[in-house]
Design a binder for this molecule. Structure first.
Ligand code: SF4
Ligand code: F3S
Ligand code: FES
Length: 248
């Protein structure tokens, strides 16, 4: 059975804006993105929203629902009561372009700062075998759909624009960890994680892990192991060198 839902949607641009109230039809089985589309179709044809797959796989429809970073296409209307007002706002950490669409180019700049995978010289494809545990670790990190909800929620940059230059954010610290823990990668990523990507600014609040729609254990499986490697090296460089030389 359909009902009339109450929505409060942020509308505006980089110059400013505010919340607008709407009453809109909601039907059984719908997600928040369906209702936003109905708003576009019936009341606000110029409402800007970014989306693509409607299946939780492209990472385009990131926004905030009742202040919580969420994918619009994966948030079921059945998680709210019929009488409550659902507030939809753009991601707060990134500059607004228009309405629910933000400029996420910060993330692509950070991605480019990470040196590429560096396999040993002279090794041809197929000459190495990886242990299953190493395969599974990479596979977990590679479930990432680059929705940037983790970066949106991380307090290091959410309320501190000034930290953006020094901090890669959980998504890309995880990428650094993925490469560092890859058995064939020869680059020294630990020092860089600390000096260039801002690992030291993360104080393991785990908010990033909580909002990840792919349920990647960003903090436990990527950030904490990287911090342990930084600490190992700082306190015992000989042990670190030994691990580096005899690890394979
Ligand atoms: Fe999104 Fe999770 Fe990837 Fe972060 S790690 S960008 S929350 S999928
Ligand atoms: Fe930020 Fe995640 Fe660390 S939310 S502080 S990167 S644990
Ligand atoms: Fe692709 Fe939501 S539209 S993740």
């Amino acid at each position: 059975m359909g009902y009339q839902g109450h929505f409060r949607v942020w509308r505006g641009s980089a110059e400013g804006g505010g919340l607008e109230d709407f009453t809109v039809e909601v039907n059984e089985g719908e997600v928040v993105l369906d209702v936003i589309h109905r708003l576009q179709a019936t009341q606000t044809p110029d409402l800007a929203v970014r989306w693509n797959c409607k299946a939780g796989k492209c990472g385009s429809c990131s926004a905030e629902i009742n202040g919580r970073p969420r994918l619009l296409c994966m948030t079921r209307m059945s998680t709210f009561t019929e009488t409550e007002t659902i507030t939809v706002t753009p991601m707060r950490t990134f500059p607004v372009i228009r309405d629910l669409v933000t400029d996420v180019s910060y993330n692509y700049l950070k991605a480019r700062e990470i040196p590429a995978f560096q396999p040993p010289k002279g090794v041809a494809p197929g000459e190495y075998r990886m242990r299953q545990v190493d395969v599974e670790r990479s596979q977990e990190f590679r479930k990432c759909i680059e929705c940037f909800l983790c970066n949106d929620t991380c307090h290091v940059i959410r309320d501190h624009e000034e930290n953006k230059e020094a901090f890669a954010g959980p998504r890309f610290l995880m990428r650094v960890a993925e490469l560092e823990m890859h058995p064939l990668d020869e680059a020294d990523r630990v020092r860089e994680a600390q000096t260039s990507h801002g690992l030291g600014l993360c104080n393991i609040t785990k908010c990033c892990t909580e909002v990840c729609p792919e349920h990647i254990k960003i903090t436990d499986n990527a950030l904490i192991p990287m911090k342990e490697r930084v600490a190992d090296r700082r306190y015992d460089p000989i042990v670190w060198l030994g691990n580096k030389l005899f690890r394979r």
